[in-house]
Design a protein. Structure first.
Length: 247
């Protein structure tokens, strides 16, 4: 028992929890975008079930470590590039994320809501959960492989995942409401998802893009948009001066 609850184990727990929260940001953004299409009464429930699915998927994968690590074994080779089961999942997930984010951007810019379903009623609850579940598998796979590489004890990984999802559940509503209330941030979030989709495809094809670059770009873009928001609030409306002609 004393070998399990060590200072090293708790340091790994804290580090892994923080990493899981960071890795879960893209998960929250994706859920927030999808949930925004549901009626107001269903959004809280969809957020809860979406993040609960993410937690259960991660825990299930943690208890299937042998299978998960086996996914990294090459299945076949394309142009001298070995492709594993993990690579296939990342490529398919990245393509789905690219399609979904592009479709959402197109719908937002082309005003689909004016001609189709009204806002808050564009998709069903079941369809939303299904899309969340698909991406949960992709995001969870990367998260679990990170956990396996950082911690040795299974309990550390499970507790870190549960704690991280708990924090995400606490923050999800605020993030969703903020994105819903600010259309420019919604487009920015969708652009992030497109970038993450490209990153997943790149990882699947063997072109690793450091996550630090992605998160820095996201943080920088958010910072610039926050400054733009403050400038827009302080800007005074322009009044046109009429020329008065005296008779």
């Amino acid at each position: 028992m004393s070998e399990i609850f060590t200072v090293q184990a708790f340091l790994a727990l804290g580090t892994l929890t923080a990493l899981e929260i960071v890795l879960g940001i893209d998960n929250i953004i994706f859920i927030s975008i999808l949930v925004g299409r549901l009626p107001e009464a269903q959004r809280g429930k969809a957020r809860f079930f979406g993040l609960a699915l993410a937690m259960l998927t991660r825990i299930a994968l943690l208890f299937s470590l042998t299978w998960v690590m086996g996914l990294t074994a090459p299945l076949f080779t394309v142009l001298n590039q070995a492709i594993s089961g993990r690579d296939l999942i990342l490529i398919v997930g990245g393509l789905f994320l690219l399609y979904k984010s592009t479709a959402e951007i197109h719908g937002s810019l082309e005003g689909v809501e004016e001609h189709g379903a009204p806002k808050g009623g564009g998709t069903s609850f079941g369809a939303t959960l299904m899309q969340i579940a698909i991406l949960d598998i992709v995001f969870s796979l990367d998260s679990v492989i990170t956990a396996v590489g950082l911690a040795q004890q299974l309990w550390v990984m499970v507790v870190a995942v549960v704690a991280a999802v708990g924090v995400m559940m606490f923050a999800a509503k605020s993030i969703s409401d903020f994105i819903e209330a600010h259309p420019t941030f919604q487009l920015l979030a969708l652009s992030f998802l497109m970038m993450i989709g490209v990153t997943l495809i790149g990882d699947g094809l063997g072109f690793h893009i450091p996550k630090g670059y992605i998160y820095f770009a996201m943080a920088f873009s958010v910072g610039v948009e926050i400054l733009n928001m403050r400038l827009r609030k302080r800007a005074k409306p322009v009044h046109l001066h009429k020329e008065i002609v005296e008779n």
